[in-house]
Design a protein around this ligand. Structure first.
Ligand code: FPP
Length: 271
């Protein structure tokens, strides 16, 4: 076999060995959610129209998605359009949807190669048909991705999602909520999302609020707020955020592993 062909074959074998789709992340990987705020201010400060900020925001999405698996992230949920964002001017809403559709059309192949499984959460009945079709195509094409579960929240409201989950559970009529709050709680959690808990929630853009994003799933999330505008949020910021998360002590209402176990209070001698 000619040397060039041998080289090509070796490269192919190397590539195949490194195929990201075949390297699922460990269970211990982190579930991160991001409220991507600050696109508009980023643009305005540069004397640009707001849509330029959203366009730059899509670039930031590209970089962060590419970096996420190596940063130890197994699930990344991005808040792209809240149900309250319908209150924005129609032209801005249309441009966000247009950018979203362009992103899906242009990135699906790469997402698949990177081992990303894409899923859109939120209401679908109010989205434009062309966007809906692009979403369905991208979800289907990336359905076997194992390296990163990328969830994009579109026309999303956490209160709405929780209300719908309750309604689904009630309609399924499988339990009597009044008799079994514990069962209700786990049924709602399952109806909401089977594996959606958030470990770390990041909000860019300087505001410190949750804005109706993943309220149930973030019950024990570590919160991290940064003044960085979303288009400026890069791989180094993501790694710093994961580093900060690693230094937080998560107790889930318990005690730190090193805390001395205090003796039960004695009633003897109590007045
Ligand atoms: C918040 O900034 C950002 C949005 C409402 C839109 C986010 C959308 C994208 C980044 C594009 C599509 C997403 C994907 C996943 C491809 P803002 O407009 O509220 O900023 P401001 O607070 O400075 O006005």
């Amino acid at each position: 076999m000619p040397a060039a062909a041998v080289g090509r074959l070796r490269r192919l074998i190397r590539l195949r060995r490194l195929s990201p789709v075949e390297q699922p992340l460990p269970e211990s990987a982190t579930a991160v959610a991001i409220i991507m705020d600050g696109n508009g201010r980023w643009a305005t400060r540069r004397g640009l129209p707001r849509v330029a900020g959203h366009r730059a925001g899509v670039e930031a999405v590209r970089h962060i998605v590419e970096r996420a698996p190596d940063a130890g992230i197994c699930r990344l949920t991005l808040y792209a359009f809240s149900s309250d964002n319908w209150n924005r001017p129609a032209t801005e809403v249309e441009s966000i949807f247009w950018l979203m559709r362009a992103y899906l059309r242009m990135e699906t192949k790469k997402l698949k190669q990177q081992g990303v499984k894409l899923q859109v959460i939120g209401r679908r009945d109010r989205l434009p048909k062309t966007l809906l079709r692009a979403i369905e195509r991208a979800e289907f094409a990336t359905s076997d991705g194992q390296r990163l579960h990328l969830r994009v929240a579109l026309d999303y409201s956490s209160r709405d999602a929780i209300a719908r989950a309750f309604s689904n559970v009630a309609n399924a009529n499988t339990l009597n909520a009044a008799q079994s709050p514990d069962l209700l709680r786990s049924a709602v959690a399952n109806a909401l999302t089977a594996d959606g808990n958030v470990d770390l929630l990041i909000r860019t853009g300087g505001e410190k609020r949750l804005s109706d994003f993943l309220l149930w799933e973030s019950a024990y999330a570590e919160l991290l707020f940064t003044d960085r505008m979303w288009p400026d949020f890069g791989a180094a910021d993501l790694e710093a955020a994961i580093g900060e998360f690693g230094r937080r002590q998560r107790r889930f209402g318990g005690l730190p592993a090193t805390a001395p176990v205090s003796a039960a209070p004695s009633l003897r001698g109590a007045q």
